[in-house]
Design a protein around this ligand. Structure first.
Ligand code: HEC
Length: 89
């Protein structure tokens, strides 16, 4: 059976929900809608965003609060997530 990418499972399984909500910014990291809106304007290419998720990032939304790296997530899954974030969310 073919696996279908589920963004909600992806976010849960990889603990993204520990810091990110979809719409509310009650947690310490920017919510995913905010990230989407930012990258609608500042999008360079998918590799650029891929690297931020894989290797972590800081100082775009928050000063000195770090988005951790996720070295174990499969490349394919991160690209699915980016597609979902930018086009569907
Ligand atoms: C420990 C908290 C934490 C976890 C867990 C976390 N993030 Fe983040 N994330 C952050 C913070 C803080 C930022 C803002 C960083 C910045 O200001 O650049 C961020 C930023 C981002 C961005 C925007 C990239 C940027 O900085 O411009 C994306 C996309 C993102 N996170 C996706 C994810 C995904 C997908 C997961 C799960 C695999 C995840 N995050 C897990 C804290 C977290």
């Amino acid at each position: 059976m073919k696996n279908i990418f589920s963004p909600i499972k992806f976010l849960k399984f990889n603990n993204c929900y520990l810091c990110h909500n979809i719409k509310k910014s009650v947690k310490l990291a920017p919510n995913l809608k905010k990230i989407k809106n930012f990258y609608k304007i500042n999008y360079k290419n998918k590799k650029h965003l891929f690297k931020k998720i894989k290797f972590g990032n800081k100082n775009i939304f928050k000063k000195n609060i770090i988005m951790p790296s996720f070295l174990k997530i499969k490349k394919k899954c991160i690209y699915f997530f980016i597609k979902w974030l930018l086009n569907i969310l």
